[in-house]
Design a binder for this molecule. Structure first.
Ligand code: MG
Length: 299
């Protein structure tokens, strides 16, 4: 892009952000359609019900179209999910973690354990049509390489995993957390920069409104910064990580506005606890999300 194009594009983006009334025709590299949709999902452990089918019945009844299972033992559960999801509107969205080891460990054996177990989950995730496997490169409690070495190591490992994920029609989703949990990766922009450096379509990014509350300068800017790489969102109340709406002033409209602007078509998934009866607080949270999605108009 030459300087004039850059200035023009910057002006358009700036005007859109101020007026909230413009949107680019497409996002180029990610093949996303320009029309954003609110697709509600829930982690398996968050939905009420004694069995997988009870959980799916409840979620379907309240308009959810995505289920996010844990990655541990996913390979042994592929048939169970295929049977339970047959003839339903609900699909598997992202798969959350469940691998062993971690990718930027000091110990090469621990790094290899992460690569091997991530591949096992990716294979199962791909078989289930998942958006991707959520990966946190390292938590604070895990002994990692120095930062510069960690980043180089991570990009190298992700190139291998991204290629593997693509072969199985899924991807890795890097998740930035807040600094109390994972100092290494805290911002969507940083996750997107790492994904960009891999030059692999098998590497994407996700955002979690809970972590974003503490780390991003604004929901809107965080989402814009990762736009071409963003393929999943987590949502919770903004102060105590309960159901959206359980904390005073829970507001996602600016984030939703950014999601609409980038033509986001993946899922927003509940990752939270609840102080109340989930059979009541989940439908209330879904209503709040629908209301705020409607309110987040970009004209
Ligand atoms: Mg999360």
């Amino acid at each position: 892009m030459d300087r004039r194009s850059f200035i023009t594009m910057s002006a358009i983006a700036g005007a859109a952000m101020v007026s909230g009334c413009a949107r680019p025709a497409g996002n180029g590299t990610n093949g996303r359609t320009p029309e954003a949709k609110l697709k509600l999902a829930s982690q398996e452990g968050v939905a009420p019900g004694e069995s997988l089918n009870e959980k799916l019945d409840f979620l379907e009844e309240h308009g959810f179209t995505g289920l996010e299972p844990h990655g541990a033992n996913l390979a042994e559960r592929v048939g169970e999910f295929e049977n339970a999801l047959a003839n339903r509107q609900i699909k598997i969205c992202a798969v959350v973690a469940g691998f062993r080891g971690f990718l930027i460990a000091k110990d090469p054996a621990v790094r290899q354990e992460a690569v091997d177990s991530i591949k096992t989950i990716l294979e199962a995730a791909g078989a289930l049509g998942s958006t991707g496997l959520i990966v946190v490169p390292a938590f604070n409690r895990q002994e990692s390489l120095p930062h510069r070495e960690s980043r180089e190591m991570l990009v190298e490992k992700l190139q291998e995993l991204g290629e593997f994920a693509q072969r199985h029609n899924t991807r890795i989703l890097l998740e930035p957390l807040n600094r109390r949990e994972a100092y290494f990766l805290r911002l969507l922009a940083d996750a997107a920069a790492i994904a960009k450096d891999t030059e692999s379509n098998g590497i994407g990014v996700m955002g979690d409104f809970w972590h974003m509350t503490w780390e991003e300068t604004s929901d809107m800017c965080g989402i814009f910064s990762a736009a071409d790489f963003l393929h999943h969102m987590h949502i919770a109340s903004r102060q105590r990580r309960r159901m959206p709406g359980e904390d005073e002033g829970d507001d996602y409209t600016k984030g939703f506005k950014a999601l609409k602007y980038i033509g986001y078509n993946d899922y927003i998934s509940l990752e939270c606890g609840s102080d109340g009866d989930r059979r009541e607080t989940i439908p209330a949270a879904a209503n709040l999300m629908r209301e705020q999605w409607e309110k987040a108009s970009i004209c």
